[in-house]
Design a protein around this ligand. Structure first.
Ligand SMILES: [Fe+2]
Ligand SMILES: [Fe+2]
Length: 263
């Protein structure tokens, strides 16, 4: 039987976006069907494979998006979101493959399900771009989305604190506003995609907070103080309002956590 780590590694090392999305969903399906062994006999790559396009640029060198209402602005929005979902596939795969051995089979189940969701999100957004006459890779994209993974590859608690509980939680805050704008522009198909993504992302953040709480209990540490210290140490951005308190609450993120580090 193939080891789950070998299957995850192969998906991480797939560069073509469509093929990577397909591979991620296949790994999740095979794992759920009991076709992969809970064996961790190969290391995860430091950097996952990336396609030649999009060109990755630091945020300050990204071209301006232009006005939201223009066709160019719309394409830029969906392209930026597609890129976030593309990197999210790798983040979820790496979570399962790097920390699955120590965290156990349920952790692998949860984060491979996240990887499959992200692959679906990416596919929906890539299709949206094609219906607008563009495609993923047509524009430059943000180069910094793997930074958090690099910064937290040594510690599952740090990874959970920063990736699902800060970065994906940020998605819960900003997506409703984007959704409203997209719906107001008359793009109902786009609005539906964002609704689905928002729903799924609540579950992703909840997996993060559930496993984080379990790690803290096992280490005999207070979840709140460990989360704050890990975020302060390993997250360079600001945890800042506006917060979507109701979505965060559903995702198991208590207000005391994130209001305390807001600056
Ligand atoms: Fe997603
Ligand atoms: Fe997600």
């Amino acid at each position: 039987m193939t080891s789950v780590s070998a299957a995850i590694r192969a998906a991480l090392l797939t560069a073509d976006p469509t093929a990577k999305a397909f591979a991620a969903r296949q790994v999740a399906r095979d794992w759920a069907a009991g076709k992969l062994a809970f064996v961790f006999d190969c290391a995860m790559p430091d950097e996952p494979a990336r396609p030649a396009a999009p060109e990755l640029l630091p945020p300050n060198r990204m071209p301006k998006r232009g006005k939201g209402g223009s066709q160019r602005g719309r394409i830029a929005l969906w392209h930026a979101l597609a890129h976030i979902e593309f990197v999210a596939i790798d983040l979820a795969l790496d979570m399962a493959g790097r920390f699955g051995a120590q965290m156990g089979p349920q952790f692998v189940t949860d984060f491979l399900a996240v990887a499959a969701d992200e692959a679906m999100h990416f596919a929906l957004l890539a299709r949206r771009l094609r219906t607008l006459g563009s495609h993923y890779g047509a524009l430059p994209a943000h180069s910094g989305l793997w930074d958090a993974a690099r910064e937290t590859s040594h510690d599952v608690a740090a990874r959970l604190a920063v990736v699902p509980m800060v970065l994906e939680a940020r998605g819960l805050d900003v997506t409703p506003m984007t959704l409203e704008r997209v719906r107001a522009s008359g793009d109902e198909t786009g609005a539906r995609i964002l609704e689905r993504i928002l729903d799924d992302e609540i579950r992703h953040v909840r997996f993060g907070s559930t496993h984080f709480t379990a790690v803290c209990a096992a280490r005999g540490e207070s979840a709140e103080s460990l989360w704050k210290s890990l975020v302060t140490r390993h997250f360079r951005g600001a945890v800042k309002p506006p917060f979507n308190d109701s979505a965060r609450g559903e995702a198991g993120l208590p207000r005391e956590f994130y209001t305390g580090v807001a600056h």
